[in-house]
Design a protein around this ligand. Sequence first.
Ligand code: S3P
Length: 421
Amino acid sequence: MKILPAKKVSGTLDVPPDKSITHRAFILSALAETESTLYNLLRCLDTERTYDILKTLGTVFEGDWEKMKVVPRPFVEPIDPLFCGNSGTTTRLMSGVLASHEMFTILYGDPSLSRRPMRRVMEPLEMMGARFMARQNNFLPMAIKGNHLSGISYKTPVASAQVKSAILLAGLRASGRTIVIEPAKSRDHTERMLKNLGVPVEEEGTRVVLEPSSFKGFKMRIPGDISSAAFFIVLGAIHPNARITITEVGLNPTRTGLLEVMKLMGANVEWEITEENLEPIGVVRVETSPNMKGIIVPKDMIPLMIDELPLVALLGVFAKGETVVRGAEELRKKESDRIKVLVENFRRIGVEVEEFRDGFKVSGKQRIKGGVVDPEGDHRMAMLFSIAGLVSEEGIDVKNHECVAVSLPNFYELLERVMMV
Ligand code: S3P
């Protein structure tokens, strides 16, 4: 797919529903005691994996992704291995759920997911009493022998909402309380949802304490995904003739690091919370930002913008001075090695960037010439370089652009809606 430079970008977008919250809504409604109704679910390849696995385990779904009734049923042990596709959230959250059910299951995934570390969930869940076997004791395929678990107090070595959620979900059916302490706060959707369902969850800084509990079904509408909106927000700032408004987007403070960083850089971006419904929801407005300055991204903000960090490099290309991200080694463990893929592809389109073990440095006011890039099957890298194509001189050809369907199947339709060539 060749993305050519656009003369102007403008318009109002209602971005698709949140991926993290969709996974959690499916899982929690399957674990509830009574029926739930979920509205505005994100349908993409990743969330389809969670849906399919729960269905295989016996959960009944009725309706469509706009309005879905979820009828929980006691899980039945599946005969076949469960396919997690490209989805780290499915794998890690479901490992917590499966570890707390007395069944034997095997999880497997695509080649990218099979390279991502699972020891980080195996270790705490083993301490709680489940048994695991995995390739090289760290990678998929992974076999889980679930059990009646005991609560633990666990300090996670990395800030990870997937690991935290896996432990909390396992803790729901354990004996005794479960405590998770993170080195920095990661997204808190699981905690918010559990609290709202009446599960005793207490938070103090980066420490979460959960008492085991059952809960009733619920009704929930999924807000727009700030991580999908992020591509359009950054486009609005770096394009020389742009004005974009995003509506009904989730503005949970554990997800808005990119907006804060853009403000620090001097971008013309404003956001406003218009509704508080379990999650804060609101509007983001962004315009051409010719006076951005490079910054050193504060380390404590990294978990609050983990999926958006590569976009900071793109902002840095258009800012004055240097933009630096350090302390972000987790980027190498995502759907691709995002530091490597970013650096290699930036060089292919004529942008200079310095690679660090744990981040990158970009100097500002560079031109993006254009060329051919390979996002290595990583949806977020494909979307980032598509945006870059619109502000390039000669256009960018994005190889295997179809991988955007992992999180945002209608990405190119949304792009067409805001661009004028
Ligand atoms: C997610 C957590 C983050 C994020 C991922 C979604 C979640 O991963 O990168 O896209 O839904 O909990 P980590 O927990 O590995 O940081």
